[in-house]
Design a protein around this ligand. Sequence first.
Ligand SMILES: NC(=O)c1ccc[n+]([C@@H]2O[C@H](COP(=O)([O-])OP(=O)(O)OC[C@H]3O[C@@H](n4cnc5c(N)ncnc54)[C@H](O)[C@@H]3O)[C@@H](O)[C@H]2O)c1
Ligand SMILES: O=C(O)C1=N[C@H](C(=O)O)CCC1
Length: 265
Amino acid sequence: MIRVLVNGADGRMGSQVVKAVVADNELELVGGVSISHIGEDLGEIAGIGALGLAVRAGLGTAVDELKPDVVVDFTTPQAVYGNVKTCIAHGVDIVVGTTGLTEKQREELGEEAKRGDTSLFIAPNFSIGAVLLMKVSADIAAYFPDAEIIELHHNNKLDAPSGTAVMTADKIAAARRKAGAVPAPDRTRESLEGARGASVQAVPVHSVRLPGYVAHQEVLFGGYGEILTVRHDSLDRKSFMPGVILAVKKVSSRKGLTFGLENYL
Ligand SMILES: NC(=O)c1ccc[n+]([C@@H]2O[C@H](COP(=O)([O-])OP(=O)(O)OC[C@H]3O[C@@H](n4cnc5c(N)ncnc54)[C@H](O)[C@@H]3O)[C@@H](O)[C@H]2O)c1
Ligand SMILES: O=C(O)C1=N[C@H](C(=O)O)CCC1
């Protein structure tokens, strides 16, 4: 059995992870940590009835006392860097779904994990459909280097652009370089700053935040008299759970940083 601790256990994602871990007979849920709902029953918060596990405050103490094999982190862009450091310092492997880490922070944490002989897995998107969208986007970019990304998320999302959009833009840029495919120069001059979105590796990214959305992304490729659009929609946070469970089971197989769910598929 793999002993799992969920950090951010009362959140939109964390509470789904609690349910998914409880439902898997190779995993044992040992506890949940949050900054609110302290002392309340973890199962009640996740909507599956009492589990007899109280939500804890403080990741370091919880790790010391509950001795998980793996911590799953779905917290906030502000907290995630410190949470990963805490896990590495305690020698615990960690699966990170929280977005907002910069590339530099990710690399730093990867080095620290390697030095600490721990395993760190980070994925900006755990849904299989989103991983496939990124893969086909990289394939298409070799032939259609002119691309723009529209990502659409719920209005409670704290970061923009989304981690998925940044990863997609990185993959498009790498595919362009490999194929020697150069996008047309953007001659538009903005009369209002931001009108052309944010440029991520020269790929414009447009972030929409509205109630009603969960997590969605379109990648638009422009060609000679044609447009190719790929779109993925996560309509329910359950879409992330098979990927999270897979990562929990695989994370300890490789020390240091692994970035992206495609590494486990
Ligand atoms: N990788 C993916 O597939 C994926 C999918 C969905 C969301 N996300 C990301 O996951 C993160 C969480 O999203 P959400 O919608 O569940 O947010 P949320 O606000 O619903 O949940 C976050 C939870 O973390 C708790 N928290 C905040 N700071 C904490 C800390 N220092 N220690 C412990 N707990 C803390 C909060 O109490 C809250 O309950 C975001 O960064 C989001 O972008 C990633
Ligand atoms: O709900 C969110 O927040 C999500 N964030 C991820 C991102 O930033 O890419 C993707 C899944 C949902």
